[in-house]
Design a protein around this ligand. Structure first.
Ligand code: R5P
Length: 315
């Protein structure tokens, strides 16, 4: 067993960190993060962490690379302050979409992020709904993944799902959309989505399954530019869907996302708080619902500290 549990947070998502700490029932550890005029970052741990079991919460959001570096510096400071074990808690994993070599001579940055976390001093990682399961294998240290699917499913179960169909935005999302459909006890459909280049504009070319007259629930791991959701909504309307709702874990909402999501005219857009949503963006999306992940992340932290199973949480 490790020593006393302590939870620290970087600057990316203060609200989620505060909610996790409140769920656990302990205050966040004291740190001071200074940004100098030359853009250098300094972290000072302002309390004793010797032999402590330390958890560091930092999600990936804008400015992505800056918050990643802040996390690495924070872990380094904790390591050199003699923490016994450091777990990086990453509600949204940085550079998760850079996860495979699907073109010649490209970077696989999610693997580099894993290396950097280990080099900085992380002993374990706790992530949520990774873009691809192979990212867990990039670590040579223990890495756990939580899925927000149960949180999303509980929300949708509050409504009548008798006429519903879960829709995967592409073949890649089909496996996890299938788990989601199983939880909701609905059939599923799959959109044949293609990306023809790096322009961040996906095209939906066909639909496998029946959505005619049905209430569609589009399932995906994240919304980045909103292109996939807008395309999916278009094709679902074309094939006769009656209503269109969306259940997605990570609201990245980058670039033209808000405009595209408005144009998609969704009946409901349900996401989690794994990433903070700027107020102006949230206000521009009238059907947006944000579900809390603090309970799930807080429970997972307590389980890791107590040496208990994480996979049990997903049953
Ligand atoms: C793609 O493989 C992912 O599962 C999401 O569909 C994608 O990240 C969404 O991106 P965008 O919102 O830019 O279409």
């Amino acid at each position: 067993m490790f020593g006393e549990m302590k939870v620290f947070s970087g600057g990316s998502h203060p609200q989620l960190a505060a909610d996790i700490a409140a769920h656990i029932g302990m205050p966040l550890g004291k740190i001071k993060i200074t940004r100098f005029s030359n853009e250098n970052i300094k972290v000072k741990v302002e309390e004793n962490v010797r032999e402590a079991d330390v958890f560091v919460i930092q999600t990936s959001c804008s400015p992505v690379s800056d918050y990643l570096l802040e996390l690495l510096i924070l872990i380094d400071a904790l390591k050199f302050a003699s923490a016994a074990r450091i777990t990086a808690v990453l509600p949204y994993f940085p550079y998760a979409r850079s996860d495979k070599k699907d073109e010649a001579r490209i970077s696989i940055t999610a693997r580099l992020v894993a290396d950097l976390l280990e080099t900085a001093g992380a002993d374990r990682v706790l992530a949520m709904t990774l873009h691809a399961p192979q990212i867990l294998g990039f670590f040579r240290k223990p890495a756990d993944q939580l899925f927000a699917t149960p949180i999303l499913a509980e929300y949708f179960k509050r409504t009548d799902l008798g006429n519903s169909v879960v829709v995967a935005t592409d073949a890649g999302a089909a496996k996890f959309a299938g788990h989601f459909a199983k939880r909701l006890k609905t059939p599923m459909a799959i959109i044949d989505k293609r990306r023809f280049d790096d322009s961040e504009q996906a095209q939906s070319v066909a639909l496998i399954g029946d959505v005619d007259g049905k209430d569609a629930i589009i399932y995906d791991d994240e919304i980045a530019t909103g292109g996939s959701i807008k395309e999916a909504a278009n094709i679902l309307r074309k094939f006769g869907a009656r209503t269109i709702r969306v259940g997605v874990t990570h609201p990245v909402f980058s670039g033209p996302a808000v405009d595209r999501l408005r144009e998609a005219e969704l009946d409901e857009l349900v996401v989690t708080d794994s990433i903070p949503i700027p107020k102006a963006k949230a206000q521009a999306l009238p059907t947006l619902v944000v579900l809390s992940t603090a309970g799930m992340l807080g429970d997972a932290i307590l389980r890791i500290h107590g040496g208990r199973s994480i996979s049990e949480m997903m049953d």
